[in-house]
Design a binder for this molecule. Structure first.
Ligand SMILES: Nc1ncnc2c1ncn2[C@@H]1O[C@H](COP(=O)(O)OP(=O)(O)OP(=O)(O)O)[C@@H](O)[C@H]1O
Length: 256
């Protein structure tokens, strides 16, 4: 479904590459957790997959379409078919749950309908259905600013599902949540992943969550892919390698 070939990203004014020569295939049904310490390149990788970040070199194929060649038409299709959830939710706080969820459908509608905020009965029914799927039916008309962090992330997931995505991407979606709520969110993500037969790719810091929920783990270190395999094969020594600093950068990692 997604093929990444020799992907490298170098930001301007940065000596080292954020990603170096990453090659892999991601297929429908994979529930992938991407591990790596801060600055390892996890967000850059996720952003490349939905076309938010342009590769410096290499190619990314989404359903056999090369999206590293940034044509607006291709990117629109990829973004429509890729739901995204974020650490800080990226919702509109003063709008209601259903208003936020309806924005997930914007990619399928005309700009005029989006501008005037008109939705058909079928669209409203579908939005209510995905809100029910994430367990928030009784909060459908409540303002998002009145919700807890876990509830906000459920709205984030409902908005992503309203897109009817093929791929679900998460950039540290539980980093702001307590351990119990993080587990609930991952349980929900697993249910949606299975029910909708998605490709799910989630950046996460918590190795326990990755081992419990992922079918496949990727580990990045200094922009390089150092592990790609089953959670059971991600050993303590691989964990140490992923999270231990190189002697050259340890100084900075320690905040000195
Ligand atoms: N817009 C940018 N401009 C310049 N450098 C950037 C930019 N975004 C990220 N970087 C650099 O690229 C490297 C990888 O960053 P990235 O955000 O992908 O890492 P990460 O693993 O997601 O980190 P974290 O877990 O802290 O979010 C880091 O060295 C970072 O400083």
């Amino acid at each position: 479904m997604i093929q990444v070939k020799n992907l490298s990203v170098q930001y301007p004014d940065m000596k080292a590459k954020a990603l170096t020569d990453i090659s892999l295939s991601l297929k429908k049904g994979d529930f992938v957790c991407v591990l790596g310490k801060s600055g390892a390149g996890k967000s850059t990788f996720i952003r490349c997959l939905n076309g938010l970040q342009k590769p410096t070199s290499g190619e990314i194929y989404f359903d056999d379409q090369d999206i590293s060649i940034h044509s607006e038409e291709k990117l629109r299709k990829v973004r429509r078919e890729t739901g995204m959830i974020f650490q800080h939710f990226s919702l509109v706080p003063r709008l209601s749950v259903i208003q936020n969820v309806l924005t997930g459908m914007f990619g399928y509608r005309s700009s005029f309908k989006n501008l005037i905020g008109w939705f058909s009965a079928d669209e409203l029914a579908f939005a209510k259905q995905v809100i029910a799927d994430v367990g928030l039916s009784d909060m459908t008309y409540r303002k998002v600013e009145q919700l807890s962090g876990g509830q906000k992330q459920r709205v984030g997931i409902a908005r992503a599902l309203a897109q009817q995505p093929k791929v679900l991407l998460g950039d540290e979606p539980v980093a702001s949540l307590d351990p119990g709520t993080s587990n609930h969110i991952f349980t929900l993500l697993t249910e949606m992943h299975e029910r909708l037969d998605l490709l799910t790719i989630i950046n996460v810091h918590d190795i326990e969550l990755a081992k419990r929920y992922a079918s496949r783990i990727l580990a990045l270190k200094d922009g390089k892919l150092i592990f790609d395999g089953l959670p059971a094969d991600f050993t303590d020594s691989q964990y140490r390698e992923t999270y231990t600093s190189n002697p050259q950068t340890a100084f900075f990692d320690a905040g000195i």
